[in-house]
Design a binder for this molecule. Structure first.
Ligand code: ADP
Ligand code: NA
Length: 328
């Protein structure tokens, strides 16, 4: 038996990933290489469930791939590809939509949240069927494990149900994937509102990986901290300082305990200044690498083409079986 297989995807819906995406998800993608056979996908089909500008989407898809490579996704160890380059995702999605109950799709909380944020006439059917496409992404590759954040747990549960339902109705076809519990991730909070998660929708509190690192350092200097002056990790009572300590520890080889000891008797200003430098040291070489990939579009194309070719070999095998089973 080979290594267990992993699938994960990220949407190209921003020019830059943010520190929450990296520390909460992408660093685990990097860490899983080697132990797992890893399939990583820039999910542009998912992105169009809400309106996108075509040129911007194209640009962000490339930017996303360049960032993944710069962060350490190694195309020799992982299959890195763009979802729309592998048409089997949409084809399997249709078959799975036809196995999905209208009622169970209606219970997806992410659909309800996202739909509530838009005008009724702008809520597309794609937003509703999104979880079937996500199931197709995972099941096409017969993934054993899927690293998912809290927000995707319900969708993974639906994926498991669809796999089991298809298998019992048509015969063993899909591996039923399990949630992978990440070892190296942290939830990162907004710098201005440490009770909310860091998100691209709140620019003042987010560290974007591709913004001017000086700007990141400045945002950290003006991060909301808590009353009192002690630098202790206490997420309940001191969410601001605790968030800074979590970021600091995640980006260095120092534990939170070591940091607490090192900053005993020092002030919030010292912590913020030092963390600002840590972030600059992290982002500067990363941005140089991203620029390297963007400056060589032929090479980036080649990497993504190679990824899509390998992904298609696996995907077509699964889809052929599925089509045969359903009577196509
Ligand atoms: P956003 O919240 O900016 O829209 P996404 O929802 O596209 O980001 O998230 C992409 C990945 O990054 C997901 O795996 C998600 O769980 C993770 N992620 C996003 N924000 C954070 C955060 N603040 N802390 C930890 N992980 C996060
Ligand atoms: Na650490």
């Amino acid at each position: 038996a080979g290594r267990p297989r992993v699938f994960s995807g990220i949407q190209p819906t921003a020019d830059s990933f943010h520190l929450g995406n990296y520390l909460g998800a992408l660093r685990e993608w990097v860490a899983m290489q080697g132990e797992y056979e890893t399939f990583y996908c820039v999910v542009d089909l998912h992105a169009i469930t809400v309106a996108q500008d075509p040129e911007l989407l194209r640009k962000r898809t490339r930017l996303s791939a360049a960032q993944l490579l710069a962060l350490g996704i190694d195309p020799d160890r992982s299959t890195l590809f763009v979802q729309s380059h592998v048409p089997e995702h949409a084809q399997l999605s249709w078959v799975l939509e036809c196995q999905t109950g209208f009622g169970e799709a209606s219970r997806m909380t992410q659909f309800k949240d996202k739909a509530a944020r838009q005008d009724a006439e702008h809520v597309g059917v794609g937003l509703f069927t999104y979880p079937a496409l996500m199931a197709a992404d995972i099941l096409l590759y017969q993934a054993d494990a899927v690293p998912v954040g809290e927000d995707q747990r319900q969708h993974l549960e639906l994926t498991r149900n669809l796999a089991q339902r298809f298998n019992s109705r048509f015969g063993e076809t899909f591996t039923v994937p399990a949630a992978h519990i990440p070892k190296s991730t942290a939830k990162i909070y907004d710098l201005q509102d440490p009770n909310a998660k860091m998100s691209k929708s709140v620019p003042s509190g987010v560290i974007e990986l591709l913004e001017d690192p000086k700007r990141s350092a400045k945002k950290i200097r003006s991060a909301v901290t808590d009353t009192g002056r002690e630098i202790v990790y206490d997420p309940e009572n001191k969410p601001g300082v605790s968030n800074l300590l979590a970021i600091y520890s995640s980006l260095t080889d120092r534990t939170v305990d070591e940091l607490q000891a090192a900053y005993e008797g020092k002030g919030y200003g010292d912590l913020k200044k030092d963390l600002g430098e840590v972030v600059v040291e992290f982002a500067t070489p990363l941005q140089e690498k991203v620029r390297g990939y963007l400056d060589d579009p032929a090479e980036l194309d080649k990497v993504l083409r190679r990824g899509a070719e390998h992904a298609r070999e696996v995907a077509t095998r699964t889809l052929r079986t599925v089509f045969d089973r359903v009577g196509f």
